[in-house]
Design a protein around this ligand. Structure first.
Ligand SMILES: [Zn+2]
Length: 249
C-alpha cells in the first residue's frame, strides 16, 4: 500500500527475514528477491496496485496482511484508528439514541413522549456523542491491553507500535458500519442484529488472521487472543455505558 520500508523485510509466504525485497540494476530495471527460506518471491505485492492489495486484505489473505505489516511503513494507522473510534462511538450513540423508541412494553406512550425539562442542557445529544466517543476510546485501549496480554501469553513480545498497527489493520471491518448505518431500514431492529453479527464476525476473523500472522501462532490460539481482545473491549464499553447511565445529569 505504501513504499517498502528500508529496514529488513519479511517474506510474505513464510514470514522469514529477507535483507531486501528487490535489487536495482538500473534506473528502470528491478529484480525481486527470492526468500532463502521457502524459495518463493519474497513479496510479490511490491509490484501490485494498492487496490489489489486492499482486495486481498478484504479476503483476509495472510500474505497481504504480512506485506502491509512488515514491508510497508503503514503510517496511516493512527488516522484509521481515530476514524474507527468515531465510527464505533457513533454506532453506540445511534443505538443509545434509538433506545427510547424501542421502549419496554410496560412503558406508557406518555412516558415516551415526555418533554425534556426547560432547564435541560442544550446540545444534550452532542454531549452524549462526545462522551460515548471517549468511552469508545477507552474501550479500544482495553482492547489493545488485552490483546497485548494475549500475545504475551502466546510467548510473543510484540513491539507496541507494531501491535497497534496490526490490531488497527485487523479491525478494518469496522468500516462496514458506514454503509450499514446508511442503508439500515429505520425501525427494523432485526436488521441491526444482522449487521452487528456480520460485522463483528468479520472483525473477529480479521483479527484472528492478523494475530496469527503477528505472533506466528496457529489459528486456534490466535482466535483466543482475538476473542480476549474483543471481549475486553465489549466489557469495557458496557461498563462505561452503565456507569454513565447512572449519572443523573
Ligand atoms: Zn519465505
Amino acid at each position: 500500500m505504501e513504499a517498502p520500508s528500508p529496514s529488513p523485510a519479511r517474506c510474505v509466504h513464510c514470514g522469514g527475514l529477507v535483507p531486501q525485497l528487490y535489487r536495482r540494476y538500473s534506473a528502470t530495471v528491478l529484480k525481486m528477491v527470492s526468500c532463502a527460506r521457502c524459495g518463493q518471491v519474497a513479496d510479490k505485492y511490491i509490484e501490485y496496485d494498492p487496490v489489489l492489495v486492499l482486495l486481498d486484505l478484504v479476503l483476509l489473505n495472510r500474505q497481504a496482511i504480512r506485506h502491509i505489516l512488515y514491508n510497508t511503513a503503514f503510517r496511516s494507522h493512527w488516522k484509521l484508528y481515530v476514524v474507527m473510534v468515531l465510527i464505533e462511538g457513533y454506532v453506540t450513540y445511534s443505538a443509545t439514541a434509538a433506545a427510547p423508541a424501542a421502549a419496554e412494553p410496560w412503558q406508557s406512550a406518555d412516558a415516551e413522549r415526555e418533554l425534556p425539562p426547560l432547564d435541560a442542557p442544550q446540545l444534550h445529544g452532542e454531549r452524549l456523542f462526545y462522551v460515548i466517543c471517549i468511552e469508545s476510546l477507552l474501550a479500544s485501549l482495553a482492547f489493545f491491553a488485552a490483546s497485548a496480554l494475549g500475545c504475551r501469553v502466546l510467548g510473543v513480545a510484540v513491539p507496541t507500535l507494531r501491535l497497534v498497527k496490526a490490531l488497527v489493520l485487523g479491525s478494518f471491518a469496522v468500516f462496514l458500519w458506514v454503509p450499514a448505518l446508511i442503508w439500515r431500514q429505520q425501525g427494523d431492529p432485526a436488521r441491526r442484529w444482522v449487521d452487528a453479527a456480520f460485522i463483528n464476525g468479520y472483525t473477529f476473523l480479521g483479527l484472528l488472521q492478523t494475530v496469527s500472522v503477528l505472533c506466528a501462532a496457529p489459528r486456534a490460539r490466535a482466535a483466543v487472543v482475538a476473542a480476549l481482545g474483543l471481549g475486553a473491549k465489549a466489557a469495557a464499553r458496557s461498563l462505561l455505558r452503565a456507569v454513565d447511565g447512572e449519572d443523573p445529569a
